[in-house]
Every structure is written in structure tokens, then in C-alpha cells.
Ligand binder design. Structure first.
Ligand code: GLN
Length: 478
């Protein structure tokens, strides 16, 4: 059974026409039914049921619960939920039960939302397929032999499998948009700083964002509206848009909209079926009255190299805290503290985390810092300037989310470089800090797998981005 729009579910709970407990049971039943897809790490059945009972009692007593009254949701495993295991899909954190929770979950719960499960991901967010999870690989809901994308592959698959009306993921370099594209749902990466990182396992602090995965743009906007904005626990957070993010009343008139389609992403390396779907989406937008013309950002081809220098540098710093003393996993074997660090990190981290720690440490080390880290930061600034210049002329940019539709499980697993290439189109908006969204367009003509259109807006234009994405969702036909 599919879910109603989130605003309607919450209204119905508040009006007592449906009960929160029934919604939770519906979620739990879907989770059980689709177990074979391995989207979920922890099911929170008892906590969810008892929260639902409290909410139903409040409603019965005439108390106003909130804008997400009784709405079930699923959190990626790197997002802390109080007293629930949070592993980020890494053996390093297996068994770690946080005594506090993320600001995002705090804000969702304050409006009556109910977390029903924690979902699988690439360990610590490193990957594009969930194959880097230390536990198991999530399967694509449209084809069990294919990946759901990553790193938020579990949350994305869960939403498409109707385990909950929405999930919350993280996007450091594409981890919400790319899985959304691979499984056929909506995935929003908000402006950097709009979503608090407090209580989220850090990957790369200068690009980590938290965003919704939903089946419609309207739902994504509704959820973002609940948790966006300043948080005293995260000094990089910014003020929310005073007009909020809820759709409607926000709408976008396509005939006055100037859209740039990114030239550098439509050339070499793009699969034919993706190209066709994106060109068709552009044609549909034109037919609805928008102006769509090719635009060039000459430094874009450098973004992937920049990302894979800067992000490992931040990863190596952020993962330093996992030393076997402070968090969960600790190797028993060390004779002294230094040995304990070494043994714990050697056993606890998976291959991809180690690879990124080594690359990151290398590019930050004296003698190499200028050649790699500093140079990459210079190109990052160049990218920021190019995006700023383009947004002087265009309201939005569009292009593919990834060069391909979902690939087969195992296809890229032994070739890290091939896996990194999948991030070609998602990393630049992350480095620049601008908001971007993936919405489903015409599926692949050859495999029938979903394909996403990426829409990008200038910094802090999240409201405008959502309004345009909702208009595009209507204008673009399969
Ligand atoms: N696939 C990208 C990476 O491996 C994106 C990760 C992310 O956004 N968490 O770095």
C-alpha cells in the first residue's frame, strides 16, 4: 500500500481519522516483507510502537502533536537516534549506542515524526553502491542484481519499497542524489549549512549535508521545512528562508525561467540511455515554456580530482577519533596505547576507509600539501567563481546525476577508480556548497532502470529550487 502525501498523513493523524500505531505497523510490515533487499540494519519496532501510542493518546486528549504527527521515517545509519545502535555501516562502530541524538531527528520528532528503522549505507559514507558497507549490500528495488547507488542506498531503496513515507540521508559528494537517481525517487541535497551536522557521523565537514529522500518534490520540501535552519550545536549552520520551503503555495512559472544545461556533463563518458532521458527532459521543459540553453563551466572536468584530494584529507582527519578508545570497537591485542590504536584501526576500518585515510594523510603531509591540497583548494575557488558567474545569467542548471543508470552488483567493486567516476556529476555542487536535487525522468530505454535529472540552484536558493523541481516534475513525462 503506498503512502499519502506527508502533509495529509499528519493531518489525518491529528484529525484522528488514522492512528499513528497503524502507520507504524504499516511501515514495519513493509520492512518485513522486503527483507531480501537488505535496506535496513536496525528495526526500531518497540520504540516506534511506544512513540505511536503516546502520539495517539495526545490526539485523543485534544493535544496538537505537530506537522509530522505520526509520520514514520527511516534514518541512514550515520544519523544518531537516541539509544539506537548507530554503526554508519562500519565494524568500527558496531554496537555503538549513542546517548544523544542528531538535531535533525530531534526536530523531526518534535513535530511528531516516528523513526522506525536505521538504513544501510557505504561505511562512513564512502562509496556509490552500498558495496562498501561492512555488513551487506542493499539491492535495487527494480532489479535485485543491481546496486541501489550510495552511499544512502539503504534509505533510498527503503523509500521506493514503501517502508516509510520519507527517509533522511547524507550527501557529502552525491550520496543522496545518486541513489535517488538509481532507484527512482526524489533526493535533495540542501545548501551547505542549512542542515545541522550535529549528531551525524562526520565524513567531510566542509561538504556534509543532510537531506530528505521521498517519492515527490512536495514531500521533500515539506520535510526540509521542518528541520532546516540554524542550530547552536553546529557553528556552520545558516538561517532558514523566512518564507519557508513548503509547496504549494510556492510555485514556479516556467515561461519566465532560464535554465542552463551543462555542456561538460553531456559529452564523453555519458551513457546513451542517460543522454536520451536528459535531452527528453530538457525538451519537455522547453515545451512547457522554459528557456533551456547549453552553458559551459570550463573547470568542471577537474571537480572529481579536486574532490578526491580534499575529501580524503577531511576524512583522514575526521576518522582520527576512531582510535579504539573512545567509541565502540577496540582490538584486545595491543600491549600499549600505540599498539592498541594501530590494532584497533587495522581491524576496525574497512578497505575503503583505509584507502581514504592514506590518500588524505598523503595530500596533507609536508612536502605534498602545496602540490595537492592547496592546489585543489585553489581549483575549488575557481569552481565557486564559475558557478557564481553562471547563476548571474541562469536561474537553474540541469544535467545528469550520474553518467549511468544503476550498475550490476560487483561490476565496479574491485576498481575504486571506476567507482569514483560515478561521482563525476555530483561532486561539483557539493564542493561549491549549492543546493541540488535529483528527480526521476524517463527510465533507461535499454534496461528500464530509473534515471534522475539533476537540478542545481545558487546558494540559499533551496526554496526556488524546490518550486522549480515541482514544476519540472509536472512538465517532464516518462
Ligand atoms: N560517492 C561519493 C564518495 O564516495 C559520495 C559520498 C557521499 O556523499 N557520502 O565520496
Amino acid at each position: 500500500m503506498s503512502w499519502d502525501p506527508i502533509a495529509k498523513i499528519a493531518n489525518d493523524v491529528q484529525a484522528s481519522t488514522i492512528k499513528a500505531i497503524d502507520l507504524v505497523e504499516q511501515s514495519l510490515a513493509a520492512i518485513e516483507k522486503h527483507k531480501e533487499y537488505q535496506a535496513i540494519i536496525t528495526v526500531m519496532a518497540e520504540q516506534a510502537r511506544s512513540r505511536a501510542k503516546v502520539i495517539d493518546e495526545k490526539v485523543a486528549n485534544g493535544v496538537k502533536v505537530g506537522r509530522l504527527a505520526g509520520v514514520p521515517f527511516i534514518a541512514k545509519d550515520n544519523i544518531l537516534v537516541r539509544e539506537t545502535e548507530a554503526t554508519a555501516s562500519s565494524n568500527m562502530l558496531k554496537g555503538f549506542v549513542p546517548p544523544y541524538q542528531s538535531t535533525i531527528v530531534e526536530r523531526l520528532e518534535a513535530e511528531g515524526a516516528i523513526c522506525v528503522a536505521k538504513a544501510n549505507q557505504d561505511a562512513f559514507g564512502h562509496g556509490a553502491s552500498t558495496e562498501n558497507s561492512d555488513f551487506f549490500v542493499t539491492k535495487n528495488p527494480h532489479d535485485k542484481t543491481r546496486v541501489p547507488g550510495g552511499s544512502s542506498g539503504g534509505p533510498a531503496a527503503a523509500v521506493v519499497l514503501e517502508m516509510a513515507p520519507f527517509a533522511i540521508g547524507t550527501d557529502t559528494g552525491g550520496s543522496i542524489r545518486q541513489p535517488a537517481s538509481y532507484v527512482g525517487c526524489v533526493g535533495l541535497r540542501p545548501t551547505y549549512g542549512l542542515t545541522s551536522r550535529s549528531g551525524v557521523v562526520a565524513m567531510a565537514s566542509s561538504t556534509d549535508t543532510i537531506g530528505p529522500l521521498t517519492m515527490s518534490v512536495e514531500d521533500a520540501a515539506y520535510v526540509l521545512d521542518v528541520y532546516a535552519g540554524k542550530d547552536e550545536l553546529d557553528g556552520t549552520t545558516i538561517d532558514r528562508d523566512p518564507q519557508g520551503y513548503v509547496l504549494p503555495p510556492i510555485t514556479r512559472h516556467l515561461p519566465t525561467t532560464k535554465v542552463g544545461i551543462i555542456k561538460e556533463w553531456m559529452g564523453e563518458g555519458l551513457d546513451d540511455d542517460v543522454r536520451k532521458s536528459i535531452e527528453k527532459a530538457a525538451a519537455d521543459l522547453r515545451a512547457a515554456g522554459a528557456s533551456v540553453e547549453e552553458v559551459s563551466l570550463p573547470s568542471l572536468p577537474l571537480a572529481l580530482a579536486v574532490y578526491y584530494i580534499l575529501i580524503p584529507a577531511e576524512v583522514s582527519s575526521n576518522l582520527a577519533r576512531h582510535d579504539g578508545q573512545r567509541y565502540q570497537f577496540s582490538a584486545e591485542s595491543g600491549k600499549n596505547l600505540t599498539e592498541s590504536y594501530t590494532h584497533s584501526r587495522a581491524k576496525g576500518f574497512g578497505r575503503e576507509a583505509k584507502r581514504r585515510i592514506m590518500i588524505g594523510t598523503y595530500v596533507l603531509s609536508s612536502g605534498y600539501y602545496d602540490a595537492y591540497y592547496k592546489k585543489a583548494q585553489t581549483v575549488r575557488t575557481k569552481l565557486i567563481n564559475e558557478f557564481n558567474a553562471v547563476f548571474e545569467k541562469y536561474d537553474f542548471l540541469i544535467g545528469p546525476v550520474a553518467p549511468n543508470a544503476a550498475f550490476k552488483i560487483g561490476e565496479n567493486a574491485d576498481d575504486p577508480l571506476k567507482m569514483y567516476l560515478v561521482d563525476m556529476m555530483t561532486v561539483a555542487p557539493a564542493l561549491v556548497g549549492v543546493p541540488a536535487i535529483s528527480i526521476p525522468v524517463q527510465p533507461s530505454g535499454t534496461t528500464g532502470m530509473p534515471i534522475g535529472l539533476q537540478i542545481i540552484a545558487a546558494q540559499r536558493q533551496d526554496r526556488e529550487l524546490l518550486a522549480f523541481a515541482a514544476a519540472a516534475e509536472e512538465a517532464i513525462h516518462e
